[in-house]
Design a binder for this molecule. Structure first.
Ligand code: COA
Length: 201
């Protein structure tokens, strides 16, 4: 009669080896947050990153917080709401021809967009049209300048010769900001009440 012991399942019953017992628990690998942290002059923290298709709801909420004046200054005409197709379009960009940065406030839930800066490239003219917007409660904190600087850098990276945009003549804050960044004004007789500002790169 054989005295051999069947060891096939014994390992399962034994206590864990010490290297297994004291091994550090494996942390779940979470995806790294995109973009970079930036600070307003008063120390408030925001995340600067590229806009994403998933930002539609946040973009619509931000639009809902804007004053009629800010909407007119950003879109150059009045708008009562941000239509869904337009919100979708603004968040789903074509990276070959567009760049759009958002400043995300992650101290609230859900996270809110406090600023947006974007460019549309005109390949034929080797230039890009910009737009920028910072929510009223976050203005005078250096964020408009930050967004503009990033857009200028992006245009340079693309090898463009010019960045330009339309600004209402009554929009003193934007005209001030652009002057500080070295933009110059061009007359636009065809668009009364508006000026075209541009920076050669
Ligand atoms: C224009 C706008 C983007 C400025 O953003 P912001 O975050 O306040 O700008 P910053 O804090 O970076 O200001 C930079 C400089 O711009 C000038 N500036 C900004 N706001 C100003 C204001 N209300 N009055 C005078 N100058 C102003 C200042 O020179 C300022 O520097 P300082 O604060 O050191 O004096 C913001 O007011 C906005 O979104 N307005 C509505 C949308 C719009 O007008 N978009 C532009 C057309 S696309």
């Amino acid at each position: 009669m054989s005295t051999a012991i069947d060891l096939t399942n014994t390992r399962r019953a034994l206590p864990l080896r010490s290297r297994e017992r004291f091994a550090r628990p494996r942390l779940l690998e979470l995806p790294r947050p995109k973009g970079e942290l930036v600070h307003a002059h008063d120390g408030r923290e925001l995340r600067l990153r590229g806009i994403e298709p998933g930002d539609v709801a946040a973009l619509k909420r931000q639009f809902g917080r804007l004053s009629p004046e800010d909407i007119r200054r950003r879109f150059l005409h009045s708008m009562g709401e941000l239509p869904e197709p337009m919100a979708q379009r603004l968040c789903r960009i074509d990276p070959a021809l567009e760049t759009a940065f958002v400043l995300m406030d992650e101290t609230v839930h859900p996270a809110e967009i406090r600023g947006v800066g974007r460019i549309y490239v005109d390949e034929a003219a080797n230039s890009a049209e910009f737009s920028v917007l910072v929510e009223r409660e976050w203005t005078r904190q250096g964020l408009g300048a930050l967004l503009m600087q990033r857009l200028v850098d992006d245009c340079r990276r693309r090898g463009l010769h010019e960045i330009w945009g339309y600004v209402l003549l009554e929009n003193r804050p934007m005209l001030h900001l652009c002057k500080e960044l070295g933009f110059v004004r061009r007359l636009t007789p065809e668009e009364p009440g508006t000026t075209q500002i541009s920076l050669q790169l």
